[in-house]
Structures are given as structure tokens and as C-alpha cells.
Design a protein around this ligand. Sequence first.
Ligand code: ZN
Length: 461
Amino acid sequence: MTQPKHSLFAQHAYLPDGWRRNVLFEWDAAGMLTSVAPDTAVAPRGVEQAAGPLLPGMPNLHSHAFQRAMAGLTEYRANATDNFWSWRDLMYRFAARISPDVLGAVAQWLYIEMLKAGYTSVCEFHYVHHTPDGHRYTNPAEMAQRVVEAASTSGIGMTMLPVLYQYSGFGSRAPREDQQRFINSPDSLLDLLGALRTARPESNAIRYGVAPHSLRAVSEQSLHALLGGIHASAPVHIHIAEQTAEVDACVETEGARPVQWLLDRFDVDSRWCLVHATHVDANETLALARSGAVAGLCLTTEANLGDGIFPAQDYLDANGRIGVGSDSHIGVDWRAELRLLEYGQRLTRRQRNVLASARATYVADRLFDAALDGGAQATGRAVGALQAGRRADWLVLDPDHSSIAEHAPNAWLSGVVFCEHGETPIRDVYAGGVKVVENRRHRDEEGAYARYRVALADLLK
Ligand code: ZN
């Protein structure tokens, strides 16, 4: 009997109904799973065997690729009240120096780091559109295309979300000098989207959506204009309530808190992702959960920037949807995001296993499932589960790693998420059916890292 060309046998795999034994995977030339068959009696002859247990690849729902180059460079006190806003000034100075070549090299290295960490999709919230003095590049999509190409070369799936950025604050305040690289209009953003689609049409590897930057950077009218110009199912991501100063300014000028304001005026549903819904009151928490939108949580960045703690327990108990993102890339590891999500609750409440539920008593399993589902929803792509019809994205755990060795399968996710003892337990990673990471090395690792170092040296000189 001849076997299909694209197949893999795994002794253990985490399917939508939990850990299953002896699973045969088949996928097509486009990288989409065509069959997932548990309880296959023996490994068919000629079919490759996975080196360890399989987990679905995790979507990363929030990334600003260029910020990877400044990770670790702002960890000193610059003034007496160092906070998010002083960090943002440093970030703007950094953004002013990014060229298309540098952005491409940084993004490619970042996406390789993501794949090695087990992120197989990324939602790129892309806002550095123009030349440093605010003019358009000859090709207005130059910067965004470098990021799209970096994703394609690395193998990671992408949802490209070009950003609408018009104002520097509530009340349509004029943009600042150091925001000129970001500034556009709904019309110019829709043109940019059209150019991106022409250069690389949508496929199972790439989807396009939009990202109104935040309520402080767009108006109600421009947000309506933007949404009117895209397909009704296209993903929409927005920074919503990361800072208390932003919430206060919204209340003062608009008469409502940001999440409430948005829910009252727009048809916020499952295609929306509200990034950093950190500061929500009890009513907003329940209303956001009911909307079907995803709350985009970026715990390591939110901790790094001193943002605050999202009311995760109440929101999850109301069946709210979540996903995780590495955002500023101070860390690129979904395991750390999930761990910190739980630890923020433990430290605040002085309890353990806070984010477990009566039905899901293992915290890591509940959070992994939630971040997979919500993350996949935020990408707008067919990912996030090991089942036919989804992209063939998974990671292979090292069965000999100390975080899972000798443990029963029902403890594996706990070990993967909560244990931190040296090298990652993630051994191999497949994206679109292609093994892009083998034995903890990406296929382009050396060359991409060398190019990243050259780009970083150029940026920092
Ligand atoms: Zn962000």
C-alpha cells in the first residue's frame, strides 16, 4: 500500500478532545490537515514517526516586530516617574531609525524565535508606514511588505493588520512630530491593504485585517469609514485600555470608559480582538465576554510596562475569550504568558490554581485551550486545533525533557507551562506541514541571526 506523501504518526497528540494515542496525521500540498485518525493500530510502514507528543501550534495574537530590537535596552530608570509613557518616548526614538532593510532582518529573526517557541501564527499590528520624515515610500506598502516577506520566509502564518493612526489623543488632537511615520487616513490605509493583497494574495498562510491603533488615535467617524471599506469578516484589532491615564482621558472627553464606549457604538463581535483590555470594570468585563470578541493579553509586556492586571477569573468564568501575544517581545514564549496570567492572579489573591474551573481543574490545560481557541479566532485563519480542515501547525515535545519525563499525559501541559528548568521542552515545530524547527534549530537560524546582528549594530551605532 502506498502512503500519502504528507503524513506523520504520533504516539500521543493533543486533539480537541484531549490526549489521544496512536494518531495518524495526513495533510495536503497546501499544508492543510486532511485527516487526523487516533487509535490507529500500528504506525503504517514508511510514515515518519514524531519524536514526542504533539501539541497544536499556538497563535501569537499581538506583535510589533520592530520592537524586538529594543528588548532589554530600556530597563533603567530614566526619570523619577518612569512609566509606560516614558517608555513610549524611547520606543518612538527607536522607531524613527528603522529602515526597510533593518525591519525585514529584525522581523525575520523574531519570527524564527516565535517558531522555536511554538508560536506558529502571528498577528502583526503594523504601524511604521512612512519614511522617518513622514513621507511615503515610493512603494507605500514598502515597510508592511518587508514584514510579510519575513513571515513567509520563516514559515510562520500571518495575519497582517496595518494600523490606522490619525491623532495623538482623544478629541482628535494633532499628531506629534515623532508620530509622523505612523500617520494615515482610512482611505490611504485601504489603498495600502489593496497593494499588500496584490503583492501577496490571501492564502492559508496569510490573511489581512485592520488595526485602528486605539481610541485615542482614531475618531468614531474614521473608524466607521475604515470598517465600511473592508470585508465584513476581516479581523479588527485595537489597543483598548492599557493605561489608566487613557481610561481617564476617554471618560473625560467621550463620557465613557474605552471598552464601554466601543461596545456602545460598534458591532463588536467575534472578528474583533481588544488588545490590553487591562482596565475594565465589572460591567465591561461581562459585556466584553458576551460580545464574543477576544481579549488580547500580553502578560510579559504588560508586566514589563507596569500596565496592570486584567480581571481574568471573572472574565473566563463568564465564558470570555482570550488569546496571548508577545507584543513588545521582551519575551517570546507563550508558556511564560500563560504562567504569568495565572501568577498575577495568585499574587493578587494569595491563592493557588485561581484560573482553574469546576470542569477544567488543571490550570495549564484550561489556559492552553482558551489561548488556542481565542488566538485562532483572532487570526481569522483556520488554525489552532489538530483536526481536518485546519492548517498543519504543531509542535513536538521532547519526551525526555525534565518537565514531562515520567509524568502521566494529564500532567504534561502543567509541566510545559509551569516548569522552567533550562532549555525549552519544544523539540520540533511544523508550520503548514513543513518541519521548520528540528531539534530546537530553525532551518534558517544561522543566516537570519547574522543578518539580525548586522541590523541591530546599525541601529545602535
Ligand atoms: Zn501593542
